[in-house]
Design a protein around this ligand. Structure first.
Ligand SMILES: NC(=O)c1ccc[n+]([C@@H]2O[C@H](COP(=O)([O-])OP(=O)(O)OC[C@H]3O[C@@H](n4cnc5c(N)ncnc54)[C@H](OP(=O)(O)O)[C@@H]3O)[C@@H](O)[C@H]2O)c1
Length: 283
Protein backbone atom coordinates (compact mmCIF):
# COMPACT_ATOMS: atom_id res chain seq x y z
CA UNK A 1 0.00 0.00 0.00
CA UNK A 2 1.13 3.54 -0.49
CA UNK A 3 0.33 6.67 -2.47
CA UNK A 4 -1.01 6.44 -6.03
CA UNK A 5 -1.74 9.00 -8.76
CA UNK A 6 -4.56 7.97 -11.09
CA UNK A 7 -5.21 9.96 -14.25
CA UNK A 8 -8.63 9.60 -15.83
CA UNK A 9 -9.82 8.86 -12.29
CA UNK A 10 -13.41 9.93 -13.02
CA UNK A 11 -13.73 7.70 -16.09
CA UNK A 12 -15.16 4.20 -16.06
CA UNK A 13 -11.87 2.34 -15.73
CA UNK A 14 -10.21 5.01 -13.56
CA UNK A 15 -13.11 4.88 -11.07
CA UNK A 16 -13.01 1.09 -10.79
CA UNK A 17 -9.24 1.18 -10.27
CA UNK A 18 -9.56 3.95 -7.67
CA UNK A 19 -12.18 2.04 -5.67
CA UNK A 20 -10.10 -1.15 -5.82
CA UNK A 21 -6.97 0.65 -4.60
CA UNK A 22 -8.88 2.47 -1.85
CA UNK A 23 -10.28 -0.85 -0.62
CA UNK A 24 -6.71 -2.17 -0.43
CA UNK A 25 -5.72 0.78 1.78
CA UNK A 26 -3.99 3.00 -0.79
CA UNK A 27 -4.11 6.79 -0.64
CA UNK A 28 -4.87 8.31 -4.02
CA UNK A 29 -4.62 11.50 -6.01
CA UNK A 30 -7.43 11.73 -8.55
CA UNK A 31 -6.61 13.58 -11.78
CA UNK A 32 -9.07 14.62 -14.50
CA UNK A 33 -10.31 17.92 -16.01
CA UNK A 34 -13.75 18.29 -14.48
CA UNK A 35 -13.40 19.47 -10.86
CA UNK A 36 -17.08 19.00 -10.12
CA UNK A 37 -16.96 15.34 -11.03
CA UNK A 38 -13.70 14.92 -9.11
CA UNK A 39 -15.19 16.33 -5.91
CA UNK A 40 -18.46 14.40 -6.34
CA UNK A 41 -16.67 11.08 -6.73
CA UNK A 42 -14.32 11.91 -3.88
CA UNK A 43 -17.27 12.59 -1.58
CA UNK A 44 -19.09 9.45 -2.70
CA UNK A 45 -16.08 7.24 -2.03
CA UNK A 46 -15.35 8.87 1.34
CA UNK A 47 -18.93 8.02 2.35
CA UNK A 48 -19.36 4.61 0.73
CA UNK A 49 -15.99 3.26 1.82
CA UNK A 50 -16.27 4.96 5.23
CA UNK A 51 -12.98 6.75 4.88
CA UNK A 52 -12.40 9.06 7.84
CA UNK A 53 -8.95 10.38 6.91
CA UNK A 54 -9.36 13.35 4.54
CA UNK A 55 -5.83 12.85 3.22
CA UNK A 56 -6.63 9.45 1.73
CA UNK A 57 -8.26 10.99 -1.36
CA UNK A 58 -6.85 14.11 -2.97
CA UNK A 59 -7.77 15.55 -6.34
CA UNK A 60 -6.29 17.85 -8.94
CA UNK A 61 -8.16 19.20 -11.95
CA UNK A 62 -5.76 19.20 -14.90
CA UNK A 63 -6.03 19.15 -18.64
CA UNK A 64 -3.27 16.70 -19.47
CA UNK A 65 -3.18 17.90 -23.06
CA UNK A 66 -1.63 21.11 -21.77
CA UNK A 67 2.13 20.72 -21.22
CA UNK A 68 1.87 23.18 -18.30
CA UNK A 69 -0.24 20.64 -16.37
CA UNK A 70 2.89 18.53 -15.78
CA UNK A 71 4.57 21.35 -13.85
CA UNK A 72 1.39 21.82 -11.79
CA UNK A 73 1.29 18.12 -10.92
CA UNK A 74 5.00 18.09 -10.14
CA UNK A 75 4.64 21.06 -7.78
CA UNK A 76 1.72 19.34 -6.05
CA UNK A 77 3.59 16.05 -5.62
CA UNK A 78 6.81 17.68 -4.41
CA UNK A 79 4.91 19.80 -1.88
CA UNK A 80 3.35 16.65 -0.46
CA UNK A 81 6.80 15.45 0.60
CA UNK A 82 5.98 11.79 0.83
CA UNK A 83 6.81 8.84 -1.35
CA UNK A 84 5.00 8.24 -4.61
CA UNK A 85 4.46 4.51 -5.10
CA UNK A 86 2.16 4.06 -8.07
CA UNK A 87 1.05 6.02 -11.12
CA UNK A 88 -1.78 4.69 -13.27
CA UNK A 89 -2.25 6.53 -16.54
CA UNK A 90 -5.89 5.90 -17.43
CA UNK A 91 -6.89 9.21 -19.05
CA UNK A 92 -7.78 8.63 -22.66
CA UNK A 93 -10.09 9.43 -25.54
CA UNK A 94 -11.27 7.79 -28.72
CA UNK A 95 -13.02 8.84 -31.93
CA UNK A 96 -14.59 6.17 -34.10
CA UNK A 97 -14.80 7.02 -37.79
CA UNK A 98 -12.84 6.50 -40.96
CA UNK A 99 -9.59 8.48 -41.01
CA UNK A 100 -10.76 10.79 -43.79
CA UNK A 101 -13.63 11.90 -41.55
CA UNK A 102 -11.58 12.66 -38.48
CA UNK A 103 -10.85 16.33 -37.93
CA UNK A 104 -7.43 17.73 -37.13
CA UNK A 105 -8.67 18.41 -33.60
CA UNK A 106 -9.69 14.75 -33.16
CA UNK A 107 -6.35 13.49 -34.49
CA UNK A 108 -4.46 15.82 -32.18
CA UNK A 109 -6.59 15.02 -29.14
CA UNK A 110 -6.06 11.26 -29.47
CA UNK A 111 -2.33 11.52 -30.07
CA UNK A 112 -1.81 14.17 -27.39
CA UNK A 113 -3.89 12.62 -24.63
CA UNK A 114 -3.20 8.92 -25.32
CA UNK A 115 0.47 9.18 -26.20
CA UNK A 116 2.20 12.52 -25.68
CA UNK A 117 0.70 13.25 -22.25
CA UNK A 118 1.61 9.81 -20.80
CA UNK A 119 5.18 10.28 -22.03
CA UNK A 120 5.43 13.74 -20.47
CA UNK A 121 3.91 12.49 -17.24
CA UNK A 122 6.19 9.43 -17.15
CA UNK A 123 9.24 11.66 -17.63
CA UNK A 124 8.10 13.85 -14.75
CA UNK A 125 7.19 11.10 -12.24
CA UNK A 126 10.09 8.69 -12.83
CA UNK A 127 12.46 10.40 -10.36
CA UNK A 128 9.63 10.61 -7.80
CA UNK A 129 8.70 6.94 -8.08
CA UNK A 130 12.09 5.53 -7.13
CA UNK A 131 13.19 1.93 -7.43
CA UNK A 132 10.19 0.42 -5.68
CA UNK A 133 7.57 2.44 -7.50
CA UNK A 134 5.36 1.29 -10.37
CA UNK A 135 4.08 3.08 -13.46
CA UNK A 136 1.14 1.48 -15.25
CA UNK A 137 0.11 2.75 -18.66
CA UNK A 138 -3.37 1.75 -19.75
CA UNK A 139 -3.01 0.67 -23.35
CA UNK A 140 -5.50 -1.26 -25.44
CA UNK A 141 -5.77 -4.41 -27.52
CA UNK A 142 -6.13 -1.85 -30.35
CA UNK A 143 -2.51 -0.94 -29.68
CA UNK A 144 -1.64 -4.35 -31.10
CA UNK A 145 -4.38 -4.93 -33.63
CA UNK A 146 -4.98 -2.21 -36.22
CA UNK A 147 -8.75 -1.96 -36.46
CA UNK A 148 -10.72 -0.05 -39.14
CA UNK A 149 -12.39 3.10 -37.79
CA UNK A 150 -9.77 3.61 -35.08
CA UNK A 151 -6.67 4.64 -37.02
CA UNK A 152 -5.44 7.48 -34.74
CA UNK A 153 -6.53 5.63 -31.59
CA UNK A 154 -4.65 2.48 -32.66
CA UNK A 155 -1.62 4.61 -33.53
CA UNK A 156 -1.67 6.30 -30.13
CA UNK A 157 -2.04 3.02 -28.20
CA UNK A 158 0.59 1.24 -30.30
CA UNK A 159 2.92 4.16 -29.61
CA UNK A 160 2.15 3.94 -25.91
CA UNK A 161 2.82 0.18 -25.86
CA UNK A 162 6.18 0.63 -27.57
CA UNK A 163 7.08 3.58 -25.36
CA UNK A 164 6.27 1.47 -22.29
CA UNK A 165 8.51 -1.34 -23.51
CA UNK A 166 11.35 1.03 -24.39
CA UNK A 167 11.09 2.88 -21.09
CA UNK A 168 11.11 -0.35 -19.08
CA UNK A 169 14.34 -1.31 -20.85
CA UNK A 170 15.75 2.18 -20.43
CA UNK A 171 15.25 2.36 -16.67
CA UNK A 172 16.35 -1.28 -16.25
CA UNK A 173 16.15 -3.28 -13.02
CA UNK A 174 17.33 -0.35 -10.88
CA UNK A 175 14.42 1.87 -11.91
CA UNK A 176 10.70 1.75 -11.15
CA UNK A 177 8.61 -1.06 -12.61
CA UNK A 178 7.09 0.07 -15.91
CA UNK A 179 3.95 -1.83 -16.96
CA UNK A 180 1.30 -1.93 -19.65
CA UNK A 181 -2.26 -3.07 -19.01
CA UNK A 182 -4.16 -3.51 -22.27
CA UNK A 183 -7.93 -3.94 -21.94
CA UNK A 184 -10.27 -5.01 -24.72
CA UNK A 185 -13.70 -3.34 -25.11
CA UNK A 186 -14.87 -2.23 -21.68
CA UNK A 187 -18.26 -0.87 -20.71
CA UNK A 188 -17.53 2.86 -20.21
CA UNK A 189 -18.44 6.21 -21.70
CA UNK A 190 -15.32 6.09 -23.86
CA UNK A 191 -17.25 3.99 -26.36
CA UNK A 192 -19.88 5.85 -28.35
CA UNK A 193 -23.25 4.25 -29.08
CA UNK A 194 -21.96 3.36 -32.54
CA UNK A 195 -19.00 1.50 -31.03
CA UNK A 196 -21.23 -0.37 -28.56
CA UNK A 197 -23.66 -1.34 -31.32
CA UNK A 198 -20.82 -2.42 -33.58
CA UNK A 199 -19.32 -4.58 -30.83
CA UNK A 200 -22.68 -6.23 -30.29
CA UNK A 201 -23.16 -6.80 -34.01
CA UNK A 202 -19.68 -8.34 -34.31
CA UNK A 203 -20.11 -10.45 -31.18
CA UNK A 204 -17.13 -8.74 -29.51
CA UNK A 205 -17.09 -9.32 -25.78
CA UNK A 206 -17.14 -6.35 -23.44
CA UNK A 207 -15.64 -6.38 -19.95
CA UNK A 208 -16.77 -4.43 -16.93
CA UNK A 209 -14.41 -1.75 -15.56
CA UNK A 210 -14.27 -3.84 -12.37
CA UNK A 211 -12.75 -6.72 -14.35
CA UNK A 212 -10.09 -4.35 -15.64
CA UNK A 213 -9.39 -3.19 -12.07
CA UNK A 214 -8.96 -6.83 -10.98
CA UNK A 215 -6.48 -7.33 -13.82
CA UNK A 216 -4.57 -4.29 -12.60
CA UNK A 217 -4.32 -5.84 -9.14
CA UNK A 218 -2.96 -9.06 -10.70
CA UNK A 219 -0.42 -6.98 -12.61
CA UNK A 220 0.64 -5.17 -9.43
CA UNK A 221 1.05 -8.34 -7.40
CA UNK A 222 2.53 -10.53 -10.15
CA UNK A 223 5.80 -10.54 -12.08
CA UNK A 224 4.44 -9.71 -15.54
CA UNK A 225 4.91 -6.20 -16.89
CA UNK A 226 2.48 -6.53 -19.83
CA UNK A 227 -1.02 -7.81 -19.46
CA UNK A 228 -3.62 -8.17 -22.19
CA UNK A 229 -7.18 -8.75 -21.10
CA UNK A 230 -9.63 -11.29 -22.51
CA UNK A 231 -9.90 -14.19 -24.91
CA UNK A 232 -9.94 -14.31 -27.93
CA UNK A 233 -8.23 -10.89 -28.03
CA UNK A 234 -5.06 -12.25 -26.40
CA UNK A 235 -4.89 -14.86 -29.13
CA UNK A 236 -5.53 -12.27 -31.88
CA UNK A 237 -2.73 -10.09 -30.47
CA UNK A 238 -0.28 -12.99 -30.88
CA UNK A 239 -1.71 -14.03 -34.23
CA UNK A 240 -1.49 -10.46 -35.51
CA UNK A 241 2.21 -10.38 -34.69
CA UNK A 242 2.96 -13.71 -36.36
CA UNK A 243 0.45 -13.85 -39.21
CA UNK A 244 -1.06 -10.40 -39.77
CA UNK A 245 -2.65 -11.45 -43.07
CA UNK A 246 -4.86 -13.96 -41.22
CA UNK A 247 -6.19 -11.20 -38.97
CA UNK A 248 -6.63 -8.93 -42.01
CA UNK A 249 -8.77 -11.60 -43.67
CA UNK A 250 -10.90 -12.02 -40.56
CA UNK A 251 -11.38 -8.24 -40.33
CA UNK A 252 -12.16 -8.00 -44.06
CA UNK A 253 -15.14 -10.28 -43.44
CA UNK A 254 -16.31 -7.91 -40.71
CA UNK A 255 -15.57 -4.79 -42.79
CA UNK A 256 -19.15 -4.09 -43.99
CA UNK A 257 -20.43 -4.12 -40.41
CA UNK A 258 -17.60 -1.92 -39.16
CA UNK A 259 -18.12 0.46 -42.09
CA UNK A 260 -21.85 0.74 -41.37
CA UNK A 261 -21.33 1.77 -37.75
CA UNK A 262 -18.45 4.10 -38.62
CA UNK A 263 -20.71 5.86 -41.17
CA UNK A 264 -24.05 6.16 -39.37
CA UNK A 265 -25.53 8.56 -41.95
CA UNK A 266 -24.69 6.56 -45.06
CA UNK A 267 -25.88 3.33 -43.48
CA UNK A 268 -26.67 1.48 -46.69
CA UNK A 269 -23.68 -0.83 -46.82
CA UNK A 270 -25.22 -3.36 -49.16
CA UNK A 271 -23.60 -1.52 -52.07
CA UNK A 272 -20.23 -1.25 -50.42
CA UNK A 273 -17.61 -3.69 -51.59
CA UNK A 274 -15.63 -5.09 -48.67
CA UNK A 275 -12.08 -3.93 -48.53
CA UNK A 276 -9.96 -7.00 -49.17
CA UNK A 277 -6.63 -7.18 -47.36
CA UNK A 278 -3.63 -6.11 -49.35
CA UNK A 279 -0.74 -8.53 -49.64
CA UNK A 280 1.22 -8.24 -46.44
CA UNK A 281 4.73 -9.23 -45.69
CA UNK A 282 5.40 -10.73 -42.30
CA UNK A 283 6.29 -8.05 -39.78
N1 LIG B 1 -13.42 1.58 -22.48
C1 LIG B 1 -12.78 0.79 -23.33
O1 LIG B 1 -13.41 0.06 -24.13
C2 LIG B 1 -11.29 0.73 -23.32
C3 LIG B 1 -10.66 -0.35 -23.94
C4 LIG B 1 -9.27 -0.38 -23.97
C5 LIG B 1 -8.54 0.63 -23.40
N2 LIG B 1 -9.18 1.67 -22.79
C6 LIG B 1 -8.35 2.74 -22.23
O2 LIG B 1 -8.59 2.82 -20.83
C7 LIG B 1 -8.39 4.17 -20.39
C8 LIG B 1 -9.59 4.61 -19.60
O3 LIG B 1 -10.71 4.63 -20.48
P1 LIG B 1 -12.22 4.71 -19.97
O4 LIG B 1 -12.95 3.71 -20.74
O5 LIG B 1 -12.26 4.70 -18.49
O6 LIG B 1 -12.59 6.16 -20.53
P2 LIG B 1 -13.67 7.22 -19.98
O7 LIG B 1 -14.70 6.58 -19.16
O8 LIG B 1 -14.08 8.00 -21.18
O9 LIG B 1 -12.79 8.17 -19.03
C9 LIG B 1 -11.80 9.02 -19.54
C10 LIG B 1 -11.14 9.76 -18.39
O10 LIG B 1 -10.11 10.60 -18.92
C11 LIG B 1 -10.30 11.95 -18.42
N3 LIG B 1 -9.82 12.88 -19.43
C12 LIG B 1 -10.28 13.04 -20.70
N4 LIG B 1 -9.61 14.03 -21.31
C13 LIG B 1 -8.69 14.49 -20.41
C14 LIG B 1 -7.71 15.51 -20.45
N5 LIG B 1 -7.50 16.26 -21.55
N6 LIG B 1 -6.95 15.72 -19.35
C15 LIG B 1 -7.14 14.98 -18.23
N7 LIG B 1 -8.05 14.00 -18.14
C16 LIG B 1 -8.82 13.76 -19.22
C17 LIG B 1 -11.82 12.04 -18.20
O11 LIG B 1 -12.19 13.04 -17.27
P3 LIG B 1 -12.48 14.58 -17.72
O12 LIG B 1 -13.38 14.49 -18.92
O13 LIG B 1 -13.09 15.23 -16.54
O14 LIG B 1 -11.15 15.15 -18.05
C18 LIG B 1 -12.09 10.66 -17.61
O15 LIG B 1 -11.73 10.66 -16.25
C19 LIG B 1 -8.13 5.00 -21.66
O16 LIG B 1 -6.76 5.17 -21.83
C20 LIG B 1 -8.69 4.12 -22.76
O17 LIG B 1 -8.06 4.38 -23.99
C21 LIG B 1 -10.53 1.74 -22.72
Amino acid sequence: MGYAVITGATGGIGRAITVRLLREGWSVLLVARNSQRLTQWRQQWMTELQIRDDNRIGWLALDLQQPSSMAELQTFLCARQSSLDLVVQAAGCQHFSWLNQQTDAQLEQQLQLNLLAPLRLARMVLPLLGQNGTLVNIGSSFGEIGFPGFVPYCASKAGLAMATEALAREVGPQGPRICLLAPRATDTELNSNAVCQMNRALGNRTDTPQQVAEELMLLLTGRQTRRFIGWPEKLFVRLNRLLPSLVSRALARQWPVIYRYAHPVQSDVADVTPCLPQEETSR
